[in-house]
Design a protein around this ligand. Sequence first.
Ligand SMILES: Cc1cc2nc3c(=O)[nH]c(=O)nc-3n(C[C@H](O)[C@H](O)[C@H](O)COP(=O)(O)OP(=O)(O)OC[C@H]3O[C@@H](n4cnc5c(N)ncnc54)[C@H](O)[C@@H]3O)c2cc1C
Ligand code: FES
Ligand code: FES
Length: 1228
Amino acid sequence: MAVETETGTNGSLVLAVNGERFELPTIDPSTTLLEFLRSHTPFKSVKLSCGEGGCGACVVLLSKYDPVLDKVEDFTISSCLTLLCSINRCSITTSEGLGNSKNGFHPIHKRFSAFHASQCGFCTPGMCVSLFGALVNAEKLNRLEPPPGFSKLTVSEAEEAVAGNLCRCTGYRSIADACKSLAADVDIEDLGLNSFWRKGESKEVKISKLPFYNRDDKFCTFPEFLKKEIRSGIFLDSNKYNWYSPASVEELQSLLKVNDIRKGCENKIVVSNTGMGYYKEVESYDRYIDLKHIPELSILRFDQTGVEIGAAVTISKVIETLKTENKHQFLPTDEIVLNKLANHMEKIASGFIRNTASVGGNLVMAQRKHFPSDIATILLAVGSTVDIMSGYQFERITLEEFLERPPLDFNSILINVKIPNWASIRKVSPENNTTLLFETYRAAPRPLGNALPYLNAAFLAEVSPCKTSEGIMVNHCQLAFGAYGTKHAIRAGRIEEFLKGKLLSDDVLYEAIKLVRTIVVPEDGTAYPAYRSSLAAGFLFEFFSSLIDGGAEITNSFLDGSGSTSLLKHSKPEQKDDQYYQKKVSKMLSSSKQALELSKRHYPVGEPVTKTGAVVQASGEAVYVDDIPSPVNCLHGAFIYSTKPSAWVKSIEINPKSNPGGIAAVLSFKDIPERGENVGAKSVFGTEPLFAEDVTQCAGQRLAFVVADTQKHADRAANCAVVEYGMEDLEPPILSVEEAVKRSSFFDVPPILYPKPVGDISKGMAEADHKIISAEIKLGSQYYFYMESQTALAIPDEDNCIMVYSSIQCPESAQIVIAKCLGIPEHNVRVITRRVGGGFGGKAIRAMPIATACALAAHKLHRPVRMYLNRKTDMIVTGGRHPMKITYTVGFKSDGKITALQLDILINSGFSPDISPVMPHNIFSALKKYNWGALSFDIKVCKTNLTSKSAMRAPGEVQGSFIAEAIIEHVASTLLLEVDSVRNANLHTYDSLKLFYKESAGESLEYTLPLIWDKVAESSSFNQRVQMVNESNRCNKWKKRGISRVPIVHGVLLRPTPGRVSILKDGSVVVEVGGIELGQGLWTKVKQMAAFALGSIQCNGDGDLLDKVRVIQADTLSLIQGGFTAGSTTSESSCEAVRLCCNMLVERLTPLKEKLQEQMGPIKWEMLIFQAHMQAVNLSASSYYAPDMLSTSYLNYGAAVSEVDTHQSKVIGKHVAGKLTMELLIKK
Ligand SMILES: Cc1cc2nc3c(=O)[nH]c(=O)nc-3n(C[C@H](O)[C@H](O)[C@H](O)COP(=O)(O)OP(=O)(O)OC[C@H]3O[C@@H](n4cnc5c(N)ncnc54)[C@H](O)[C@@H]3O)c2cc1C
Ligand code: FES
Ligand code: FES
């Protein structure tokens, strides 16, 4: 059979990566491009984060060569979903390929680093490639030449280039600035803080300081050697790879028939495999059939009857074609429909998904698996049809019928979808006094970039002015709703029927909306059901209401043929008014100003220098734990975790039927060495077992650790593990705080951490004019979503020693836990951490079990063992933020002054103590930012059968601040007072601050909050803006704005930290600190401090010592007592430790310097150090900074003003911020 024969001389899979040729004689066809790049090439810039196409960390540029047109097509893709065999003879460019430390960095890398657009850096290579993809394609456009140093990109395209690339650390403003700095139409003064420019420099100087982007340096995305190979016509040998690419429908039919004959042979039909982002498949297939090469499925054709879209056509191609194709066969109204469809499709996923995702794949997922598709809904509203092939049969049915059918069988193929030309169906024209209205709607957690909708809708209506009375008549309408928790998108037939022939009025619309509420009913178990139904009503209201409100005017405009209804006005295609046309609605950030006051007193401390390592983070050369090459014989691990919160574990087995092979061992608590302990994590409050023993304590608890030859095999083996549970004689699990209270299941809080009440609560309540009694707040949990998931690599060493590379915020604690678990002394355990790809508290306690499990397996098997947790496992086992329930009673005066607050707080801590007993202290530290008069409370740390909750970004303080603001808002709304006045009335005086915060309140002069409070109001023009907001709300029925000013008090706790500074013979300096670089810039600050403190020796002609300093990775055997990196104080104390070391060195060097200076005159740093080495001066100094009692704990103050826009018809029941402006002032 043609498709199965070898068509080339060798038929191997060949790719070019960054210009290098890679030939793979064999490969499992389920291998993704990401797996290949990370395990078969030296290019590690391509990061695995979500593995679902949702974050952009793995984005690469894919280039395809068309030998007939001699043309290269370049577009970004997500490598985590792209199957390697589907891109045979393509070229890949990764961030290292753009530039690197050897060959020089690309201006994109340099701009990302100097615009401070990279913190932990895990997302940065993907961002750089996304921007590069946009740049390459903009340069191909026939546009005016941009000014020298700039590209043909527009500002909005530059911003949009990274839509869909997730960053969890860096503010998007700096990322957007780095991107916009390359755009031809950028206003250079609009760009934010960077380390290129100095204050007051002219525009010209600023431009000249940007790393030059030379458009003449043509970047080759497709190497010549591969073009030659393609021209010689070598294709993939299907049999060798089990990968089939039929070139015609007939070939496809034959392949499917073979499948019929060979029962039991499993085919996987693929186009671009992005469906795997949503529906993870763990099984492997016998054969893959790629539909991309069949002409009928790749067609995109316009004719009199409509638009035919082949099922394999990508969403990006459809958008581009619908927007740009000459649609002379269509009436303007039809053109508008097509443009609106394209606009809606631009909100689907992200550019790097749309570039490969097919329309057919989307519709089949919607039909077969009830995927909440946008495409199904919008194409349903325009009355589309589909062609389906089943065996040798073809049929055309409506999209509605297609969606309603039973799931498509696996041998049936969707060939195309057809959007009808409305003008050809119904006579809609100004001459007939009829017009076509079309609008699509979508509400999602984020408007752009990888967020599935809560609900989508599309409405098409043919309307005309009523002949007998004023008003608008609905002649015909098609209303589609989808993604609201329904099996598939639906047409709201009953509403369509109801509206048909009706004159639009408030009553008619009201009846229609009542019908919506009976039709759009989410299925049981759907999140936010009420919100989704009300959204549907809101969308329908928005569509029709302006036809009622502006009836007369609209009627007139119909009659004069302009068709300028408000809806039609919006529907008009965007005008290209100039070369670099701006989209009317800015899709990302608008603008902001940053003002920074610098002082040279401690230079270079405080300078906004480029973050250390940012440029290698951008190029992808920065080494994270999973980038360390695997040592020989390395094994990979995965956790088998419990699915029951409380159950006997009777047995754990790998299902032999789905065993992926390559398994080396399955370890459980029974494998812990005799002298060791079953411990996986510890805090000062207690330990947590590495594995459950006889009875599980929560769903998500680690039961065993399966170790295999590859990460994929380990993950698959863990996935197919069969655990036999028993429930006999067990109490039901405690799954809520209420149940924990009933069963008195609590963790102890040490008295020193239990907050103290303030004042006399009965007296305070008695003084109140009003009371709110027993109001309730419930706060949920939250997952960390560090871009780098949990990971470790353990390597056994001689004499029972072990070395563990861990992505952790506290290597010292991991060292202690590993030693305990293995039953070996702590000096046998070396834990090394260079950098962490985002931690947010989740890589403190929660990273220890990962390091310990790898160490245990490595110790037992005498082989290196590593693990990179897949996102699902990470989310299930890691815990996250503490959920809690708060009940409060508050008493207050009529002017808003609060006199007493009584709280009952139940904190859900999960099954192990972790850091939970510190939560009461943290909650109250933030909550006491207001003077509550008297404050009393009961707070319980509940032990439940859930995964252990842990530190997460300001643990407790986020909740404390939220509770405080919720109470203030509640009081204000009860009294009908402006909330700002209630905040004002309850801000602390210094006296009340002392009462609430005791010693940490400091001196009265240090209480700067009232100053900040006024200053932020002034700098943000708060009072004027309040008036403007009130005025706007008075005038606008649907669009509402809100503004608020909020204070914050943050209690800081310093911890002891070690440091060591050593000066090498050439004058370069190496620094070690206890703190870990998590992206917060700790290394940068430490370097600045070292340069400042050593600079006090004042050698001549040194220039900056900054470039001479290198901070190296944390190593628990080199620098002990490293402690925790947490609580926003580690940089501060690490800097102090380094300053102490530098002072010692300066003291040792000063006598020598003075002596040399006398003999030789001014002396250079290098000479001084050389001489010091010669004269045996000790050039290494260590310190252990232990803060004194007075500076251990103090308060920080801040205030912010934020303003939001909302649209009422879209936010019923939920707040969606349209625009946010913020003024922020923080000062100690
Ligand atoms: C991160 C992310 C975000 C997304 N966001 C959205 C969103 O907001 N809105 C939305 O509507 N969609 C969204 N999607 C879905 C996306 O549009 C689909 O994944 C994509 O269109 C599928 O196309 P594909 O070519 O990759 O299909 P594949 O993954 O290759 O195939 C998908 C399924 O369809 C089958 N199949 C494919 N083509 C055919 C055919 N012609 N005949 C029969 N069977 C076929 C395959 O066997 C497979 O089962 C998102 C996807 C991702 C990964
Ligand atoms: S998009 Fe591929 S890892 Fe997230
Ligand atoms: S810098 Fe973007 S995820 Fe950390």
